[in-house]
Design a protein around this ligand. Structure first.
Ligand SMILES: [Zn+2]
Length: 126
């Protein structure tokens, strides 16, 4: 049986992983190291890629680099951490206000309108 660690425990494990390796080239490699840290607390702990990504992005001690791809989907919430997005507007040549991009209030992810994350890398920023 798997058990789910608390947010605080995952945050601690992310911190431990970052302190050790300083940066990770992908979300998969970050999660792998975080899982190792969690298993020190409890061998039956597990954590999903999504939960690792969200808590890493919101940690405050990690800079997330995001490679993006083109999309036609409408983005509602931050695709990195699920936080609230603020619209970045510009005035078009015709004087209309148009949305040209988004910035996340929680993790500072920034993108143009037609972009979605493709790949992540994580860097210790403390
Ligand atoms: Zn975000």
């Amino acid at each position: 049986m798997y058990k789910l660690p608390t947010e605080e425990e995952i945050r601690g494990a992310i911190y431990g992983a970052m302190k050790k390796k300083k940066s990770f080239p992908s979300l998969t490699s970050l999660r792998e190291e975080v899982l190792k840290e969690l298993k020190k607390l409890d061998a039956s702990y597990t954590v999903s890629l999504k939960r690792t990504r969200i808590l890493a992005a919101r940690s405050g001690f990690i800079r997330v680099e995001v490679k993006k791809k083109h999309t036609n989907k409408k983005i509602e919430n931050c695709p990195v951490c699920g936080g609230k997005l603020e619209k970045i507007r510009n005035i078009s040549l015709l004087g209309e206000k148009i949305v040209i991009g988004y910035v996340c209030k929680s993790c500072r992810y920034k993108s143009k309108v037609n972009e979605l994350p493709l790949r992540y890398s994580f860097h210790f920023s403390r």
